[in-house]
Design a protein around this ligand. Structure first.
Ligand code: SAM
Length: 251
C-alpha cells in the first residue's frame, strides 16, 4: 500500500506533520499512500451511508484514492476533495486527468476555513486529517489550548457545510475517550456513533449525523476497547502509522 518506505518520508518528529511545507515536499515525491487503511478495509462501514445523489466533501485528501473509490461506488452528486497542499492538489488533478476520471473536483483549501456555502454537502469525510491537529497536543486527556481551538474550528466548519441531515465520517486513531469532548460539544447537533475496523489494532470509524443528537447517542462510554499494548502497536501498525500515533494518543 505504501509507495515509499516510512523512513524516507516521515518527518524527524511527529509535530513535523503540522508544517504545510512538509506535505508539499512529501507529495512532490510520493505517488500514493493511504493513511491507516485503504477503502477496502472500511467499505462495509461506509457503503451503507452512500447513495447516487450524494454530494461529498473529502477533507485533507492527500494522495489517497478515496475520491475515486466513492465514484466507483456510484456517488454521482459531486465529489470535492480538498487539501492544504497545492502540490497534493495538483498531483491528484493530474492523476484524475491521466485516468480520464470525471466527477471529482480537487481544490486547495484549509479545513479551518472551508470556502463553501453553508449546507453544501450531504457527506463530509476525513481520514487521518483531524489527527494531524493532535500531533503536538501534549497530554491527550487535556490537550493544549491551540489543539482544542483548531479541532473545534475544523468541526465548526464541517458542521456548517453539512446539509441539515448530512453525515460526517471521521476515520481516525483517536479513541472515543479522546474524541467525545469535541464531537459532543454543545454547539453541534449531530449524533455520535462509532465502529472499529482493522486486525489487532483498531482504527475508529465515527459516524456523526447532523440534527440527530439524542441522549442515547451519547451513551457509549462503557464499550471503549482497551488501549493497545505498546508491543502490539509496534508489530501491527504500519511503521509510519506508528510514528504518527506516537504523539497522538497515550501508548
Ligand atoms: C495524514 S494525511 C491523510 C491523507 C489522506 N486523507 C489519507 O487518508 O491518506 C493528512 C492530510 O491532511 C492535509 N492537511 C493538513 N492540514 C490541513 C488543513 N489545515 N487543511 C486541509 N488539509 C490539511 C495534509 O496536507 C495531508 O494531505
Amino acid at each position: 500500500m505504501a509507495a515509499t518506505a516510512a523512513a524516507d518520508v516521515a518527518p524527524p518528529t511527529a509535530s513535523g506533520y503540522l508544517d504545510p511545507s512538509y506535505w508539499d515536499e512529501r507529495f512532490g515525491k510520493e505517488e500514493h499512500y493511504e493513511w491507516f487503511k485503504d477503502f477496502s478495509h472500511f467499505r462495509h462501514l461506509l457503503a451503507p451511508l452512500l447513495s447516487p445523489s450524494l454530494s461529498v466533501l473529502e477533507v485533507g485528501c492527500g494522495n489517497s484514492q478515496l475520491g475515486e473509490e466513492l465514484l466507483r461506488e456510484g456517488v454521482a452528486g459531486g465529489i470535492t476533495c480538498v487539501d492544504l497542499s497545492p502540490v497534493a492538489v495538483q498531483r491528484m488533478r493530474d492523476r484524475l486527468a491521466a485516468q480520464g476520471t470525471k466527477g471529482v473536483d480537487v481544490v486547495v483549501a484549509d479545513m479551518l476555513d472551508l470556502p463553501f456555502e453553508q449546507e453544501s454537502f450531504d457527506l463530509v469525510i476525513e481520514k487521518g486529517t483531524m489527527d494531524v491537529l493532535f500531533v503536538d497536543s501534549g497530554d491527550p486527556w487535556n490537550p493544549n489550548p491551540t489543539t482544542v481551538k483548531n479541532v473545534m474550528k475544523m468541526l465548526e466548519c464541517i458542521h456548517r457545510v453539512l446539509k441539515p441531515e448530512g453525515i460526517f465520517v471521521s476515520i481516525t486513531f483517536g479513541q472515543p475517550h479522546f474524541r467525545r469532548r469535541f464531537f459532543e460539544a454543545p454547539e453541534f447537533t449531530w449524533s455520535v456513533e462509532y465502529s472499529t475496523f482493522g486486525d489487532g489494532f483498531h482504527y475508529f470509524f465515527y459516524t456523526l449525523k447532523k440534527g440527530k443528537r439524542s441522549l442515547e447517542s451519547n451513551s457509549y462510554q462503557n464499550i471503549i476497547p482497551p488501549a493497545p499494548r505498546i508491543n502490539m502497536v509496534h508489530e501491527e501498525l504500519e511503521s509510519e502509522d506508528f510514528i504518527f500515533r506516537t504523539n497522538v494518543d497515550e501508548l
